[in-house]
Design a protein around this ligand. Structure first.
Ligand SMILES: [Zn+2]
Length: 365
């Protein structure tokens, strides 16, 4: 293991140190290595490491994190990181999922789905992607092309979905129709609406899937950093915004009424309403714990806060998103830093900020 760190240190660390702070850029040009872990061989680019953990970006976009002494052997396989090609990822997906699956590709997506089923998701995701990019581009936010094909897995049914999610270490609780896994960088869904939908209305049945697809797009286009995620309210605020047709189907929906997420608005009025003394946005910015102890209120506040900011000060919100995505990878994003980032863009008077936010939300019906 000593060898591992000496060589890596010499060939890679300096390059990384010189290039790491550029958030939203392509993965920096670094050596690519192959490592043998107890149960598999992996190949990719080291992102960061210390004596306890190595973070390595796999060639398919998966993040591997392992203890240095788990790695038996390594060799440098290329002078530069090379993501897998589309056809390599396609072949790997088929190998992983077996003969019952096939893979449909679009410009940005590779979607594995049960063989013989006409796939709807790849084109749906691609349409969402275009909407998402247009939304941010017209607001002055420069998005990067995803460094990898965006991978979606469409499971055969709910049981398969739960089994697959469990295999990835994620519990798909009741009511969860899809998920985005930050580690594998994949979106996982199942055909809950296969028999119900006429194609034009699929979005109405799929707000959960749109929510998860929004996370995947945001973490792959530089809106968020996968290696230093933003405060949870920021990611969830964005995903819940796009649940509303005025965001995910902006071509045919243009009024503010279409941009309102009705379910979250109901939760907001029921659980937050008059409580605008500055504490809630401050707490939610400093810490994610409200999402554990009171998730409905946390999601409602996250949605309302994001909605208020994109409706009233979209440029500042874009600036805030860029700031939250700019931090060094795999370092703690402290409560103080989170609060400082917010104040740097929106000022340091929480009470006044929250009072204006509350007055705006009073008008939203
Ligand atoms: Zn979410």
């Amino acid at each position: 293991m000593r060898f591992f760190f000496n060589i890596i240190h010499a060939t890679v660390l300096l390059t990384w140190a010189a290039t790491a702070p550029v958030a939203g850029s392509q993965p920096p040009a670094m050596g690519m290595i192959q490592v043998d872990l107890p149960d598999r061989r992996i190949e990719g680019m080291p992102l960061a490491w210390d004596s306890n953990v190595v973070h390595l970006l796999g060639r398919d976009g998966r993040l591997w994190s392992f203890a240095p002494d788990e790695a038996k052997d390594f060799r440098q396989t290329a002078a530069r990181f090379q993501p897998y090609t589309v056809s390599q990822i396609r072949a790997n997906l088929l190998r992983e999922l077996g003969n019952d699956y096939e893979v449909t590709g679009t410009t940005h997506y590779l979607v594995a789905h049960p063989r013989g089923q006409r796939d709807r998701w790849a084109q749906r995701f691609e349409d969402l992607y275009r909407t998402f990019v247009r939304y941010f581009s017209v607001r002055g936010f420069t998005l990067r092309e995803p460094p990898f094909p965006l991978i979606g897995i469409v499971c055969r049914d709910r049981k398969d979905f739960q089994r697959y999610a469990a295999g990835q270490g994620v519990a798909a609780t009741d009511g969860v129709l899809g998920l985005y896994d930050l580690i594998s960088n994949r979106i996982i869904v199942y055909n809950a609406t296969a028999h119900a939908a006429d194609e034009a209305n699929w979005r109405q049945n799929a707000s959960t899937v749109i929510h998860e697809a929004t996370h995947q797009m945001a973490f792959n286009t530089g809106i968020h950093s996968r290696w230093s995620p933003p405060p949870t309210w920021v990611a969830e605020g964005l995903a819940t915004l796009f649940e509303a047709p005025g965001f995910h189907d902006a071509q045919s929906s243009t009024s503010q009424a279409d941009r309102i997420n009705r379910e979250r608005l109901r939760d907001y009025h029921a659980r937050i309403g008059e409580k605008h003394d500055g504490r809630l946005p401050a707490d939610l910015t400093a810490s994610d714990r409200l999402f554990q102890i009171a998730p409905t209120a946390a999601y409602a506040e996250a949605w309302a806060l994001a909605f208020y900011l994109v409706e009233t000060q979209p440029r500042q919100f874009a600036r805030y998103l860029a700031l939250t995505a700019s931090h060094p990878p795999f370092r703690p994003y402290s409560a103080q830093q989170r609060v400082d980032d917010f104040k740097a863009v929106f000022g340091d008077d929480w009470r006044q900020f929250d009072a204006q936010f509350g007055r705006f939300m009073d008008q939203v019906k």
